[in-house]
Every structure is written in structure tokens, then in C-alpha cells.
Design a protein around this ligand. Structure first.
Ligand code: NAP
Length: 304
């Protein structure tokens, strides 16, 4: 089994089961993906013969690659950057959740048909429940990075769970405002909250964030800030306080400056490995219609 396959490999895929690869992840870049080790641990644990691989697939290669997996008897595929939104128009069917999220991260090959799902939001929901022992619906949430794919999936999940309060923050403010307008019907019912709105898009401004964080339980980083060593802290450390739970969707590095700040402030915190784990387990369950061996999947990931 190679470390990474390409569209050319798929075009010349051996019809004989030389390889049992019938699952994988399409992305560009894809080398960093931890999904193969997690999914292969699950397949081995259950004694299934299929294997899961990385596929380096560029934007213009997505359509032919999807056509090929339809013909090559694949079970399914995960999609990561930059394919999640593009896939919507290339599949035979898309479930409601993925349509609302505007992105597909899981494709199931059902006979001749390719059907799209999104497990990122539900994976996030499980990550919060298992990581902090609370339900999203009971939380006042502040989401940094409401303009990207992960941020959108999380915001939609917060809306579907009808969380107490959702504050959307994004570098490009317009995108946060558009998302707030789209999600407004979910927050129409009033709850006893005091002097703050249930749903708001706010500009990325320190004074504004200070006020909002006083009325927040859970802060989420869904931006890519923190992935590079040279990245500045996402929030000034002085904004973090012990009452907060801080979730960073980034898992590499495992401790971003935001999470280091959360720890120093005495807040609870967790990184994105739990979201990766739970979205992967949900994908597995879509593909095999059976419970994913989550302990084996967790053991294959670099939890410290
Ligand atoms: P994306 O679609 O490219 O979105 C990037 C987001 O980050 C946008 O909201 C963008 O704001 C914001 N951003 C980028 N640079 C910024 C900066 N310098 N300052 C402030 N905001 C900035 O990416 P994505 O797929 O949503 O991924 C976002 C993060 O989620 C990544 O760190 C990724 O690792 C993580 N993720 C984790 C999992 C998991 O399972 N744990 C799954 C998916 C994604 P603008 O709108 O202004 O550009």
C-alpha cells in the first residue's frame, strides 16, 4: 500500500483485488491526514477486508475521481479541503444535513449512486459532549471563524441543536452576517438570557469580544490560525477566563497558543482530535451500517 495515491493510480486501478483499498480521503493537500490510520484501525478491529488510503486529488480532478470510485466498487470516500463544497453539485444525492451545511465530507457509494453526507457538525457535537460533559443545546457559544467550512458546519449544528446563544465572529465580517441571517429562524424563540441577543454576528474587535465572552460558555476556534508556529495568538490572553470552555478545531499542533492561553487562564480546553475521531466514526457508520469501534479508532490517534 502506497502512502498516497493519485488520479492516475485510480485510472489504472487493478480490477483484481491486489489491493483491498475501497475507502479513502480525497484532498489537496492530503499528506497530513490522520484518517487512514484511524479508519484502518477500525477496519482491522472488525475483521473487515477493506482498507482506507490517502488520495492526492486536485480541484479539477474531483469529478473524474468520483466517477472512478463509482465504477471501482468503492464503499465510500471522505472529502477534505478543497472539495467539500464543490462535491455538492457532483453527486447523485445529498442528505439534508449536508445540504444545510453547504458541504459534503462523506460520500457513500450506493449501487450506482454517490450520496453525500456531512459528519463534521455531528462529530463536533459528540466532541463537546464527551470532552466537556455538556450538551451543545445548553451552551452560549462564541464561534471564531464563522466564514469557513468547519465554522459553517459547527454553526449549523449549533442552530439545529438550538443552543442557548450563538455569536458568530469572522475576519471577513460580511460572511458572519450572511450566516447569521440564514440561521435566524432557528433562534426566533426567546430564552431568558439577559441583555444579549440569542444570535449575533459581531466584528472581530477586542472590546466587542470582551463583552461577548462575559456572556459565553464555549469558545471555538474554527479558523486556521494556530496551525503555523509563526501564527499570532488568536485572542489576547487577557480575554480568557476560568468560566470558559475553549475548543480548538486544530489538532496539529496539539496545543495551539489559544489552548495554552486557556490552560493558563484556568479554563477547560480540548483540541480538534476529538472532532476528527467522532466525524470519522460517523462516516464509518454510514459506510458499514454498524457501530464504529471507537476505542480502536481513538487508540490510533495521537492523543497524549
Ligand atoms: P476554510 O474554509 O479555509 O476557512 C478558514 C477560516 O479561517 C475562515 O473563517 C477564515 O476567515 C479564517 N481565517 C483564516 N485566516 C485567518 C486569520 N489570519 N485571521 C482570522 N481568521 C482567519 O477552512 P476550514 O476547512 O473551515 O478549516 C478551518 C479550521 O478547521 C482548520 O484549522 C482545520 O484544521 C479545522 N478543521 C478541523 C476538523 C477536525 O475534524 N478537527 C475538521 C475540519 C476542519 P475569512 O472568512 O475571513 O477568510
Amino acid at each position: 500500500m502506497k502512502d498516497t495515491y493519485t488520479l492516475d493510480d485510480l485510472k489504472n486501478w487493478d480490477a483484481k483485488p491486489k489491493s483491498q483499498i475501497r475507502l479513502g480521503i480525497f484532498g489537496d493537500p492530503v499528506a497530513h491526514s490522520l484518517s487512514p490510520q484511524m479508519q484502518n484501525a477500525a477496519l482491522e478491529k472488525l475483521g473487515l477486508k477493506e482498507r482506507y488510503a490517502r488520495f492526492q486529488i486536485g480541484p479539477e480532478e474531483l469529478q473524474p475521481a468520483l466517477e472512478l470510485i463509482r465504477r471501482l466498487n468503492f464503499v465510500g470516500i471522505n472529502l477534505t479541503l478543497p472539495h467539500k463544497a464543490a462535491a455538492l453539485s457532483l453527486l447523485d444525492g445529498v442528505d439534508d444535513g449536508a445540504r444545510k451545511t453547504g458541504a459534503v465530507n462523506t460520500v457513500l457509494v450506493e449501487g450506482e449512486k454517490l450520496v453525500g453526507f456531512n459528519t463534521d457538525g455531528a462529530g463536533f457535537l459528540h466532541a463537546i459532549r464527551t470532552g466537556f460533559s455538556v450538551d451543545l443545546r445548553d451552551l452560549r457559544v462564541l464561534l471564531l471563524g464563522a466564514g469557513g467550512g468547519a465554522g459553517r458546519a459547527i454553526a449549523v449544528q449549533c442552530a439545529l441543536e438550538n443552543c442557548e446563544r450563538l455569536v458568530l465572529v469572522n475576519r471577513t465580517f460580511e460572511k458572519a452576517k450572511e450566516l447569521a441571517a440564514e440561521l435566524a429562524p432557528h433562534f426566533a424563540a426567546s430564552r431568558v438570557l439577559g441583555p444579549v441577543a440569542r444570535l449575533q454576528a459581531v466584528p472581530w474587535d477586542e472590546a466587542v469580544l470582551r463583552f461577548q465572552l462575559a456572556n459565553t460558555d464555549l469558545v471555538i476556534n474554527a479558523t486556521s490560525v494556530g496551525m503555523q508556529r509563526s501564527d499570532p495568538p488568536l485572542l489576547p490572553a487577557s480575554l480568557l477566563a476560568p468560566h470558559l470552555m475553549v475548543y480548538d478545531t486544530i489538532y496539529h499542533p496539539s496545543r495551539t497558543p489559544l489552548l495554552a492561553g486557556a490552560e493558563a487562564a484556568g479554563a477547560k480546553f480540548a483540541n480538534g482530535l476529538t472532532m476528527l475521531l467522532h466525524q470519522g466514526a460517523l462516516s464509518f457508520e454510514l459506510w458499514f451500517d454498524r457501530k464504529a469501534p471507537i476505542d480502536a479508532m481513538r487508540a490510533a490517534l495521537p492523543f497524549t
